[in-house]
Design a protein around this ligand. Structure first.
Ligand SMILES: [Fe+2]
Length: 329
């Protein structure tokens, strides 16, 4: 028996060109509609977590903070993770195959939401062994992205605007480190003037709407190192550059606490996220401190063209501070 249905289908298809079928068909092959993370949208275009001073084989609340980071990044939009240095205690890693990569990093930040890009910088403890081993690990890891001891990344946000982040290495900027028996061998050969010239050129020539600098050592702190030689040395060379280019944000670690600092006559805000495991005390009543907490945790940044939001989240997942910085040329 002849199929009238088949005949009808054949007749209708024969009159349709492949080009017109393509034009009418959905064009997405791998649809974002089936990715639940795509539903996590808010008013911001770029989001990242920031954690510092963490690698302790999971000890001293490192595990608890890691779990909350995973929970937060699962429930909120997130694009990448910044590490503000002192990635491995007590003395960095000796090679890209050091077991600490497993015990202090891979086996701690295990949540699927934390398998996205990490942009780390080097802290002073990382300088007690081989800092370049952390650069070399980039070739082994899918998520660890440290192309060199200092580097920059540009991220697109809406309306063709960009966010520039300069990831710097503050260790060679401290003159005392060059004479120090532990740090000296690993800062040898580093040229601080060259890095500062690179940073100046980068900040000068970038058209990014937001320019952020990330370095391990704070420029100001309401922690134990308010007047330490490292704080003062970094302030001396970095503050003039930040002010010259009207940089809105400097993010650091080193102090094991969370802080938001703003010196009244300076343009830049400074955040310290350095309590990824151990905590150290903070001082109350420091006039340039807007927030200081001796609390384990991490920070969450969200940016759009108009403003930047920062939240501090503790090791139990509680938001303990939130602040909005409007864009201001
Ligand atoms: Fe440090």
């Amino acid at each position: 028996m002849k199929s009238t249905l088949g005949t009808a289908l054949g007749a209708s298809l024969s009159g349709v060109s492949l080009a017109s079928m393509a034009a009418n068909a959905p064009t997405k092959i791998e649809s974002e509609d089936i990715n639940s993370r795509a539903l996590l949208k808010d008013e911001y275009d770029l989001h990242f977590l920031a954690i510092g001073d963490w690698g302790r084989n999971g000890a001293d609340h490192q595990i608890q903070v890691a779990k909350q980071m995973g929970k937060w990044a699962t429930e909120h939009p997130n694009d990448f993770i910044i590490s503000t240095g002192d990635n491995f205690y007590p003395s960095g890693v000796v090679s890209e195959h050091d077991p600490l990569w497993h015990y202090s990093f891979e086996n701690v930040y295990t949540d699927f939401s934390l398998q996205w890009d990490w942009y780390p910088i080097l802290g002073n403890h990382d300088y007690k062994s081989d800092p370049d081993a952390q650069v070399r690990y980039t070739a082994i890891s899918r998520r660890w992205k440290m192309p060199s001891r200092y580097y920059s990344k540009t991220f697109k946000i809406k309306e063709k605007a960009e966010v520039l982040i300069a990831f710097i290495d503050t260790n060679p900027l401290i003159p005392e480190f060059h004479q120090n028996s532990e740090y000296g061998p690993h800062v040898a050969g580093q040229q601080p003037e060259k890095q500062l010239a690179w940073l100046n050129e980068l900040l000068q020539t970038s058209d990014a709407k937001w320019k952020i600098v990330v370095g391990h050592h704070p420029i100001y702190t309401a922690g134990p190192r308010t007047n330490n030689y490292d704080t003062l040395a970094v302030r001396k060379v970095l503050q003039p550059l930040l002010e010259k280019h009207r940089i809105p944000l400097y993010l650091s670690g080193h102090e094991h606490s969370m802080q938001h600092l703003k010196v009244q006559e300076k343009h830049f805000h400074q955040f310290i996220s350095g309590s990824g495991s151990e905590v150290t005390p903070v001082k109350k009543g420091v006039n340039y401190s807007r927030f200081e907490a001796s609390t384990y945790g991490f920070m969450y940044f969200a940016i759009n063209k108009e403003q930047l939001q920062v939240q501090c989240i503790d090791h139990e997942g509680k938001v303990i501070y939130s602040s909005i910085i409007p864009w201001n040329a």
